[in-house]
Design a protein around this ligand. Sequence first.
Ligand code: HEC
Ligand code: HEC
Length: 329
Amino acid sequence: MTKRLIGTVCAAALLVASASVVAAADPVIIDLTTFPVPDVESLPTDDHGVLVRYGRDLVTQTYRHIGPEVADPAMRFAGNNLSCQSCHLAGGTTPYAMSYVGVSSVFPQYRAREDGISTVADRVNGCMERSMAGKVLPVESREMKAYLAYIDYLSKDVPKGAKIVGSGVKAVPMPDRRANPERGATIYEENCAVCHGEDGMGKRNGQVGDAAGYEFPPLWGKDSYNNGAGMFRLAMATRYVLHNMPLGTTYDAPTLSLDDAYDVMAFVNTQGRAEKAGMEKDFPNLYRKPPDMPFAPFADNFPMDQHKYGPFAPIAAELKRLEAEAKAQ
Ligand code: HEC
Ligand code: HEC
């Protein structure tokens, strides 16, 4: 038998095997909006329980352990005084606020940003370098182990490969127009400034230098997420804010209209913030680059302004057309 034939026989056998698995069990669907979240406090205080609790604390009070103001300079991994929870609400357990529940069950997975396979540790470090404007945590560090232990614990009841409803941010089509940051400034004034400040600087828990973080996190400036963060992309940010802000808003009862969320985040992301180097290297497969990624190079010929402010649907359609055209060649 030639090598090629063996390959074909094996592939056929595999197909039969996987077909019977599919027939035996329907794909499991986990809906995070009703799924019970495991209680960290129910764990014993053995080594594992201590590590999971440390992971939880690193999420809810990042600034106290690895922020830029902690006493030990070697522990200053985050570049700002946000916590992971500033965005991953309620310790990463709120559906449609990038919940961590089930994340361990769906990784490793393909990610367009790297155009390769990415692990949960890669994702933690993606947010460390961007949302937290800091440095990567070494994979062997106690802090990375604690993050992974916490995310694993939250994911423990979600079967491997399950289809998860309520992960990430809730998808809604973007308005079919350019966002209006000037209008967004007024919406900010009326709906956000009371907590996040007239100047976007938020409200500290304590004094500058005491590593106590924020009661209300800043939305721009040097203590906010950098321009490489997911929150800097308008469609991502609009979906997040529509379903989670002002604080207390839930995915099933938005406070703002879609148009208001779109304009207010266009305004927020027009304000100054730290800049990440090397943004041109993100999404090396340009057909898979999200239309709201406002950094060259692009596969399409739409102006930079449209990648930043929309409308995004024409860009998405053009990318699809270009990719199909390239495949056909
Ligand atoms: C400024 C907001 C923000 C902060 C702060 C933040 N993240 Fe994220 N995080 C996001 C967004 C937005 C996404 C989804 C973005 C994407 O897919 O590119 C995300 C995705 C993730 C994911 C993947 C989730 C999934 O469903 O695929 C993990 C894990 C993660 N973040 C961990 C962390 C950790 C740990 C911290 C703190 C060290 C942190 N994040 C801080 C905004 C934030
Ligand atoms: C009642 C107070 C309150 C109001 C009003 C409010 N927020 Fe927030 N917002 C918060 C808090 C608190 C957090 C952090 C959550 C945490 O730490 O648990 C947050 C987090 C955020 C984040 C992610 C973290 C960051 O720093 O980037 C964004 C983006 C955001 N808010 C945008 C908005 C926008 C836009 C508005 C107005 C439409 C708004 N918020 C109104 C309290 C508020």
